[in-house]
Design a protein. Structure first.
Lengths: 676, 341
C-alpha cells in the first residue's frame, strides 16, 4: 500500500469473469475395485447457476466516489479533464463491450465519460431499458434496473467529441492509495478505485463579434455511458492533428436550431399540460402538438384518444396516467402526474439537454447510449485558482487600494464613486457619527481586526480587571479631539448579541442565582463549624459540601455500625445452663426448680403416694404486698453480682464483634490442640 | 476498646475525615457541579464563540468596503481589548444592581481565564486536544476573491516559522510548527475569514483537492490570440512522477494535440505518441492508461504567503498617528475667545 500522500496507478484491473449468467458444471469420476473386480461409478453432475452482477444501465450512487468538476459547480475548468472516480476497481472491465480491435488483446473498458455542451445531444427521461440503446441493437443478458436513461446523439457529434476506439483504454486507469489518507481515499473501503477520464476540455463558448470575441459561461453535461455493442459508432482514429484549438469553433447546437425553428417556449402553458389527453407535448411550449407538428417532429402518435374515450377516461387518475404513459416518452416528460419532485428538479437541471433532437436531426444517423450517471457543471472564462491567487492584492488590514498609474497624456481616471476612507496607521477608520443629542460629527472606529498587535488590559495589583458595565462608556478621546468608539461599539454589539438569544440571557440569570446560593451556603458552613471547617471550606464548594458530608456520614454508618451505633444484639439469646441436667436425677432438678423439699416429699410419698405428697406440700409464695423481699447487705450483694453480669455481657458482645474478623480455628489448630 | 456511640464528636470526626478525602481528590459527579470552572458550559461556549467573532456583523469587522477591495487578502491581528469588550458587553446583560457589578468584577478574572482556554476548543475535532496555557495572540486573514466562491473547501494552513522546504513540498498534517486553526468560515460567498492561534510566519492557501485532477497548463507567456488555445504537459518520470525537465515551463514540454473542429477535444493518440517520444520518462514501447494519467496529472496549486525579510515593528504610538485637528489647545482658544466676547 502506498504511503499517505502517494498513490500508484495501474492501467487496468481485469476481473476473471465478466458480468452475466453462468452455469457451473461439476462432474466426478469414480472408479472402484472390489476383489479383483473394477468398475466405474456414475455420479450425477452438479450444475449450479450463478449470476455475476454489475452495473449496466444505472450506476449505484455508492459506487461514485467523486466527480470532477463537482456537480453544479461553476468555474474555470477549461484546462482540466472531467473525471469520475468509481469505487470498485474492476468496474470498467466487468463487461465486454464488443469484439476486440484487430491486433489488440487487452480487454477494452465498456464505460466512457463523454462531455457534451448544451444543445449537442439529448438526455432522455426515464424509459424502459429496451429503448436505451440505438434501435436495432439489443443488449442480451440480465439488466440491473427496469428503467434507465439514454443519451441520444447524432453521428456528427459522436465524430467530433466522442473518444475514438483506440483512445478508450487510455482514458480508464486504476489508482491505489492509502485508505487512511482521507484526502486521497475519498471514503473508499479498500483504497483501490477506478478512474474514468473524459477526452474533452470543457471550454466556455466564444462568440466573435465586431468588437472582438465575447466569452460566455457554458453548461456542460458529463455522462458516463455504456458502450456495449456500440463500439462501432465511435469515431475512427482521427488523422487531423492540431496543436491548438480555436475556442470560437462551434460543434453544433441542435437546441438552438430547434428554438429557431419552433419558437421560444411559453412557460405559462406548462400547467395546462396536454399530455394527459394522449398527445405528444412540445417540450418547449408545453402545448400539445398538432398533428402537423408531431409529424414534423417525426413522431408517431401511438395512442390517440378520441373525444369519446376522453370523457370516459378523464375521471380516474390512474386511467389518465396510463393514457399518458402510452403516449410515449416524450409526452411523459411534462405530464406532472406521478412525477416525484426530485425528478422535476433533475429535469430542470438537465433542461439544456431535453429537447427533441430527432425533430431537428431527422436525416442524420442517431445513436442511443445508456447513461449510468450524469451531472452538469458550468465552465466560465476566467482566471484559474493560480491566476487568482497570484493576482491578489496582499496587505495588512487598513491597506487602501493603490492609486492607478495614469500614463502621461492619458485621460484622468473617472472619479471614485465615494472618497477613500480616512485610515490611520493603527487601523482606525474615520466614520460619521450621529451623537445622542442629534449632532453630526466624526469619530474613529477600529473593529476587532487590527494591523498591529494591541495591548490587552492587564490585571490590577489585587488580580482584578476593570470590567465595563452598561452604565459606563468605553469611549476614548484621541489626541485630535475625536472620540474613539471602537470598544463602545464592541461592548454594545456584545450586549445586543447576548440579548438576541433568550437562552443566553436565561443562562446568565441562572448562573448568577446559583453562584449567590453557593456563596450563601459557604458562609453558613464556615459560621457553623468555625475554624474547624474553615480550611476545608476554602477548597470546597460549600454548596456541595453539606450534601457530600451527609452522604459520607451515612456511608460510614453503614460500613462500621458496631463502632458508631453500638454492638448488634444477637438474634437469639443463649439459654441459661441448667446444673445437674446431664448427671442428676430428674426429680432433683424439678424439685430445685420449683422450690420443693425433695427429701420430705419422698418421705411422705412412701405413705400417701407422690401425688398426695406434692399436694400436701406447701408452695413457697412471695408476698408482694410487703415490698422488696431483699434489702440491706443482701441486696447490695445481688446488685454487685448483677453489675458484674452486665459488664461481662457487654465485654462478650464487644469481643463477639471483634471475633467476626478473627481467624476461625482450622484443621491445623485442631491437630496442634491434640498434640499438646 | 471504647464504645463511642452516635455522638456529636463522632459525626464531626466522620465529617472531617470525609472532607479530607474530598479535598484530596474525590470530587462529586461532574453533571451537578461546575467542577473547577466558574462559568457554566453553555455560557462559556457562547462567549468563546463571541470571542471568535461569530455572529458579529461584517460591518463591525470591516467598517469600510474600501478596506477590502475586490481580489484582495488582508491579514490582521485580533484586538484582544475589543474581544474583551464584546464579552463584557454580553456579560452586562442582567447585571442590574451594584451588587451584581461587584459580583461580576469578582468572578471576571476567572471568567477571562476560562474563556482563554475555551476559545481554543471551539473547533477541536474528536481526536485532537486543545492547546493549553495562556491565550496567545490571535491572527488571521480575510480573503475576498472569486477563488473563494469558485473553489469551495480550499485548504488553509499556517505555520509559526519558515518551513525551510520548497513551497510545493509535502508537509504532514501533524507538523508541530502548524498553528491551530481557530476559525475558517465563509462570511459571504466570496469572503473567507480565517483565524489562527498564534502569529504565523507562513500561510498556505491551497486549491481544494477534489481527488486528483488531470489537465494541461496554458503557455507562459500566453498566446497573443485569445482564441488560440495551446495546452502544454510537462513530461514526467513514471517511476516517481517528477518532471523530467523540471517544474518550470520550457520548450521540452509536450503540446497536447487536439481534434480539429472541436474545441477542447483531445487527440489522445497523437498526444500519447508525442509523450512516448520523450526518452527520459521511462515509458516502454507502448503507453498504457496509467502512464498516460501520470503525464496528465495536475497537482493542486498552493499559494504561499510569507516573507522572512518582513519584520513587524512595534505599533506606532497613538499620538503619532492621529493628527490633531481640533486639539485641546484649539478648544481652549475657542472657549476663551468665546468667553471674552
Amino acid at each position: 500500500m502506498p504511503a499517505p500522500g502517494f498513490f500508484n496507478l495501474y492501467p487496468a484491473v481485469v476481473p476473471g469473469i465478466t458480468a452475466g449468467n453462468y452455469k457451473l458444471r461439476l462432474t466426478e469420476d469414480v472408479q472402484f475395485k472390489k476383489g479383483g473386480e473394477t468398475g466405474t461409478g456414475n455420479v450425477e453432475a452438479y450444475e449450479p447457476r450463478l449470476r455475476v452482477t454489475s452495473a449496466r444501465y444505472h450506476m449505484p450512487p455508492d459506487q461514485i466516489l467523486s466527480t470532477f468538476p463537482p456537480a453544479n459547480a461553476e468555474g474555470a475548468f477549461g484546462a482540466r479533464l472531467p473525471q469520475v472516480v468509481l469505487k470498485r476497481r474492476t468496474l470498467p472491465w466487468e463487461r465486454v463491450p464488443g469484439p476486440p480491435l484487430a491486433g489488440h488483446t487487452e480487454r477494452e473498458p465498456w464505460l466512457a465519460l463523454v462531455v457534451l455542451a448544451e444543445g449537442e445531444a439529448k438526455l432522455s427521461t426515464e424509459v424502459e431499458i429496451a429503448e436505451c440503446v440505438t434501435p436495432g441493437k439489443t443488449l442480451t443478458g440480465p439488466a440491473d434496473v427496469p428503467r434507465g436513461l439514454y443519451l441520444e446523439v447524432t453521428d456528427s457529434i459522436v465524430k467530433k467529441v466522442f473518444p475514438s476506439r483506440e483512445d478508450l483504454p487510455l482514458l480508464v486507469h486504476v489508482r491505489e492509495v492509502d485508505k487512511s489518507d482521507t484526502e486521497l481515499a475519498l471514503g473508499d473501503d479498500d483504497g483501490w478505485m477506478a478512474v474514468v477520464m473524459a477526452n474533452r476540455f470543457p471550454q466556455p463558448s466564444v462568440t466573435q463579434t465586431e468588437g472582438g470575441s465575447v466569452t460566455s459561461p457554458t453548461r456542460y453535461l458529463a455522462c458516463l455511458i455504456n458502450l456495449e455493442q456500440q463500439l462501432d459508432a465511435l469515431p475512427p482514429a482521427d488523422p487531423d492533428v492540431d496543436d491548438f484549438f480555436i475556442a470560437a469553433d462551434k460543434v453544433f447546437d441542435y437546441r438552438g436550431q430547434y428554438l429557431a425553428t419552433f419558437g421560444p417556449p411559453e412557460p405559462d402553458t406548462y400547467a395546462m399540460s396536454a399530455s394527459r389527453f394522449g398527445r405528444p407535448v412540445n417540450p418547449l411550449t408545453g402545448l400539445a402538438m398538432t398533428d402537423a407538428e408531431a409529424e414534423a417532429a417525426g413522431l408517431t402518435i401511438t395512442s390517440r384518444v378520441t373525444d369519446a374515450q376522453l370523457t370516459a377516461k378523464v375521471e380516474p387518475l390512474s386511467a389518465t396516467w396510463q393514457v399518458a404513459a402510452a403516449a410515449g416518452s416524450l409526452a411523459r416528460a411534462k405530464t406532472g402526474l406521478g412525477e416525484e419532485p426530485y425528478i422535476a428538479v433533475r429535469d430542470a437541471m438537465s433542461a439544456g439537454w431535453r429537447f427533441p433532437i430527432d425533430a431537428i436531426a431527422r436525416l442524420e444517423t442517431r445513436y442511443r447510449f445508456p447513461v449510468l450517471a450524469h451531472w452538469s457543471f458550468t465552465t466560465t472564462d476566467g482566471a484559474t485558482f493560480e491566476e487568482l491567487m497570484l493576482g491578489l492584492d496582499v496587505g495588512l488590514l487598513g491597506t487602501l487600494p493603490a492609486e492607478e498609474d495614469v500614463p502621461e497624456g492619458a485621460p484622468p481616471p473617472p472619479p471614485r464613486p465615494r472618497p477613500l476612507p480616512e485610515v490611520t496607521e493603527t487601523g482606525h477608520v474615520g466614520l460619521d457619527h450621529l451623537i445622542r443629542r442629534g449632532d453630526r460629527t466624526a469619530a474613529w472606529y477600529r473593529g476587532p481586526l487590527s494591523p498591529h498587535v494591541t495591548e490587552r488590559d492587564t490585571a490590577r495589583e489585587d488580580g482584578s480587571f476593570p470590567v465595563a458595565h452598561a452604565s459606563d462608556h468605553l469611549r476614548r478621546v484621541t489626541p485630535d479631539g475625536r472620540e474613539d468608539l471602537s470598544y463602545a461599539a464592541a461592548f454594545e454589539i456584545g450586549r445586543l448579541l447576548a440579548l438576541s438569544q433568550p437562552s443566553v440571557v436565561a443562562a446568565q440569570l441562572r448562573w448568577r442565582a446559583e453562584q449567590y446560593g453557593a456563596e450563601r451556603a459557604k458562609r453558613l458552613a464556615s459560621g457553623a463549624f468555625g475554624d474547624v471547617l474553615g480550611g476545608i471550606a476554602d477548597h470546597v464548594h460549600a454548596r456541595d459540601l453539606g450534601r457530600f458530608l451527609g452522604g459520607r456520614l451515612v456511608d460510614e454508618l453503614a460500613v462500621r455500625p458496631g463502632d458508631l451505633l453500638g454492638p448488634r444484639r444477637p438474634v437469639v439469646d443463649p439459654g441459661r445452663p441448667i446444673a445437674d441436667l446431664g448427671t442428676g436425677q430428674l426429680d432433683t432438678v424439678l424439685a430445685r426448680g420449683l422450690g420443693l423439699d425433695l427429701a420430705r416429699i419422698r418421705e411422705q410419698a412412701a405413705q400417701v403416694g407422690v401425688v398426695g405428697a406434692v399436694a400436701a406440700h406447701p408452695l413457697p409464695v412471695a408476698n408482694l404486698d410487703q415490698g422488696p423481699v431483699l434489702s440491706g447487705a443482701h441486696l447490695n450483694q445481688l446488685r454487685l453480682a448483677a453489675e458484674l453480669d452486665v459488664g461481662r455481657a457487654a465485654a462478650l458482645a464487644v469481643s463477639g464483634v471483634a471475633a467476626e474478623t478473627a481467624r476461625q480455628p482450622d484443621a491445623l489448630d485442631d491437630l496442634l490442640g491434640d498434640l499438646s | 476498646m471504647s464504645l463511642n456511640y452516635l455522638t456529636s464528636s463522632v459525626v464531626l470526626h466522620t465529617a472531617l475525615t470525609a472532607s479530607a478525602k474530598f479535598v484530596l481528590g474525590q470530587k462529586p459527579a461532574e453533571h451537578d457541579s461546575f467542577g473547577d470552572r466558574v462559568l457554566p458550559r453553555e455560557l462559556s461556549d457562547f462567549l468563546a464563540r463571541l470571542r471568535l467573532l461569530e455572529g458579529v456583523p461584517f460591518t463591525y469587522l470591516v467598517p469600510d468596503a474600501e478596506l477590502m477591495p475586490l481580489e484582495s487578502i488582508r491579514f490582521f491581528y485580533i484586538d484582544r481589548a475589543w474581544t474583551d469588550a464584546i464579552v463584557q458587553g454580553a456579560l452586562s446583560v442582567g447585571t442590574i444592581s451594584t451588587a451584581d457589578h461587584t459580583q461580576l468584577e469578582t468572578v471576571y478574572p476567572a471568567v477571562r481565564q476560562e474563556l482563554d482556554e475555551a476559545e481554543r476548543s471551539v473547533r477541536v475535532k474528536g481526536h485532537e486536544t486543545a492547546p493549553q496555557g495562556p491565550a496567545r495572540t490571535i491572527t488571521g486573514f480575510l480573503l475576498r476573491s472569486r477563488a473563494v466562491s469558485g473553489w469551495p473547501g480550499m485548504h488553509v494552513r499556517a505555520y509559526r516559522e519558515e518551513l525551510g522546504v520548497a513551497d510545493d513540498a509535502q508537509i504532514p498534517e501533524t507538523d508541530p510548527r502548524r498553528l491551530k486553526m481557530l476559525r475558517l468560515e465563509r462570511l459571504a460567498p466570496a469572503v473567507l475569514l480565517a483565524l489562527f492561534d498564534g502569529v504565523p510566519a507562513v500561510v498556505h492557501v491551497e486549491e481544494p483537492r477534489q481527488g486528483i485532477q488531470f489537465g494541461f497548463r496554458p503557455p507562459d507567456p500566453p498566446d497573443p490570440d485569445p482564441n488560440h488555445h495551446v495546452g502544454l504537459v510537462p513530461p514526467r518520470k513514471i517511476s516517481d512522477g517528477t518532471e523530467v525537465f523540471g517544474p518550470t515551463q520550457d520548450d521540452h514540454w509536450v503540446r497536447v494535440a487536439f481534434r480539429s473542429g472541436a474545441p477542447g477535444v483531445v487527440n489522445l493518440r497523437t498526444t500519447r505518441n508525442r509523450l512516448q517520444a520523450v526518452n527520459q520518462t521511462g515509458m516502454g514501447p507502448t503507453v498504457d492508461s496509467a502512464e498516460f494519467a501520470i503525464q496528465m496529472l495536475r497537482y493542486p496549486y498552493r499559494q504561499v504567503f510569507g516573507d522572512p525579510d518582513q519584520q513587524q515593528g512595534p505599533p506606532p504610538a497613538i499620538g503619532a498617528v492621529f493628527q490633531p485637528k481640533v486639539g485641546m489647545a484649539a478648544l481652549k482658544d475657542l472657549f476663551l475667545r468665546g468667553q471674552g466676547q
